[in-house]
Ligand binder design. Sequence first.
Ligand code: ATP
Length: 768
Amino acid sequence: MKKKHPDFDQEAERLSFTKKYMDIVIKATELDEESFKSSFKEALDGTDFSDSSLSYLNMLTNANMLQRTTEEIRSLKKIYHKPYFARIDYKRAGKEEEEVLYFGKASLFDRETQDPIIVDWRSPIANLYYDGRLGEVEYEAEGETYDGYLSLKRQYIMEDGELQDIRDVDLTTTDELLQESLSGSSSNRLTDIVSTIQEEQNRIIRADLNKPIIVQGAAGSGKTTIALHRISYFIYTYQDQFRPEQLMILAPNNLFIDYISEVLPELGVDRILQTTFIDFVLSCIGKKVKLRPPSEKLMGFINHEYEDPEMVQWLASFKGSLEFKDIIDRYLSDILETLIPTEDFYLTSKFKLYTAEKMENLIRNEYTYLPYYRRVEKVKSVLQNYVRTEKKVLLHKVERFYDNKLDKALFNMNLDPAKRKSYVTKAMDKKDAMIEEIKRESRTAVNAFIRKLPKHTLFHYFKELVTDRATFSKYASDYLDDYQIKYFVDHQVKLHRQKQYELEDLAGLLYLQHHLYGIDKELRARNVVIDEAQDYSYFQLAALKSALETDMFTIVGDLAQGIHSYRGIQDWNKVKEAIFPRAAYTTLQKSYRTTVEIMESANDILKLLPFELPKVEPVVRHGAKPTFHKWSTSGGAAEMAGMLEAEIEKLYKDGRKTIAVIGKTEKECKKIEGMLGKVTDLKVQLLLENEEINQEDVVIVHAQLAKGLEFDAVLLCTLDEVFTETEIDVKLLYVAMTRPLHHLSFYGNDKGDFLLEHVSDGKILIEE
Ligand SMILES: Nc1ncnc2c1ncn2[C@@H]1O[C@H](COP(=O)(O)OP(=O)(O)OP(=O)(O)O)[C@@H](O)[C@H]1O
């Protein structure tokens, strides 16, 4: 039996003290909450809703306080069974006494002395735990650097609020806790890693929050996990300036959103906006559009469905390029010209109230911060205001003018009375008519004037640009030749006839929407995380940055998994230089998910890519070598299913919890599902894009959809569709091979179906 740590009893006591203290605080705060609630109610009763009223202020303060206490209780209750996960002993330079600090997922202070009982993992001093080796250390807080001496780093294992074990991390021991946490089972959901964040990861989580960051990270290096921890850190650091709702995560699909859903509350960031690029753009344009299936093109490439794949690829990548953005920019500047009034504004044909030149200045120079149509609205309201004030002046002028005329006529003795009468009557009629006209026109003139300007929808503008050859050519001929222009327009005309759009159109639509009409304020996130960013196009990123009017992005991705690179990013440098010049760029080389054995064979597959990526270094954790099994087909589908079933059962017996059978395409997966259906005992789930993963079932999923997910064990199968050496296939295979934590098997007719001849001898076991 393992020897008990000498400090075990003392630490157990400390834990029990902390829990008792938490009990007291929770109780006291609950009481507080009651008293807040009642004074809140009192304040509300007397509210007259004028901002300056005392009760209104009172109400605001209470609402704020109430939220704080509710949050406080919520976070304390959440960490009750594991109040902290680590401790450091630290002596500040120049101080005699050593501080003992316990780190957890929330903070707790002694109400009397204000001494910390638990320090939040996101606080600056926690850097000492994540970064600091024992000995001389330093950390930064609010721009100041503090030196000191770290004499102890200790980790705790707790279960249901009881201390199980203590680990001291010194210079020689490896991070045992990390090893243990990696050797555990995956639960089909991402978990938080606050107790085992590694130094290279910590640097990204805490990288300058006022700058964008781009992370190229190997499969399983923790990109998704870290991006979420960075949000949590951001919210903690800027809790007074930002509400969680102002932050947004863009995930590849709804399945993925479900996958990360569990970790968000753990990190205190469950209220942030989680959506996909498609859904986000659709909310911004506020209209439903018929979108072609987003993976249709990828499937077309994989299945070699296109007659002219080079042109299909060219078109997709051009629509995602910054050149296309430039074409739209040129088009936009012409649209702006059409929205500038060229005539002066008159009230009746006689009174010039506002010159065209002034309106042009407003639209072109003054209102540049507004979308075009909002600028027109502003000009409209300027004119309306003018009319409102000028109307009185004009009426007064008209009255004076005619009264003068009448006076003169009445006192002109030379006029014969009949003529005078007719003159006076006419003048009075004219006066009345003029007054009437001014009154009428002041109600209608502005609208009539503005109505002369074009008013078109987003879809009209988009269609005009991309389906009209003359228009498109006008803006695109610097970039494209006649053949390309024709190809582009013909394709868009075809889509338009079917009343459809494709994913590649969304960047352009978002960009136009932003410039022409603007984006709803509620949707304008102030800080954005993009996961699986390698699948975005340059234009998608540029359109997002422009629509959200911020460059505060955390962009994480892996070019090796860029299965949409035909339309997406091929070079992070270009993203940085052309779109996010302020961004920090960093890489993550280590993979935490997979065993050495699996990662080494996946690394050999990576070499088949036409560009070079650094080799992924697995964190040292060993497991079984991946094995290739040749289908035994004499017994037909039932026998093949039996082979899978036998292995799956063995895996369950070995304690594996989540198991996936991965096929190359959805079609292939349907076949696998049919085949496994013949084995009655196995519960399987064919995973589709908008589903949630069922914990207990064996998941059947195609490689593209599996991207970003992980399972304890993966059985990679080919029936009809094998992996070839094309770039897309190599990436799909790499994605599939890097999904398992512990176990990988291949099932096919030939090891060449998985390009295994490229994996060095001995790395894979072959069972034929
Ligand atoms: N410091 C860590 N401590 C414990 N587990 C970790 C750590 N870093 C990463 N992991 C685990 O490694 C796995 C991979 O993490 P994650 O899914 O975030 O990686 P990724 O880079 O997004 O992967 P991919 O690109 O393959 O989707 C997860 O199970 C995560 O919990």
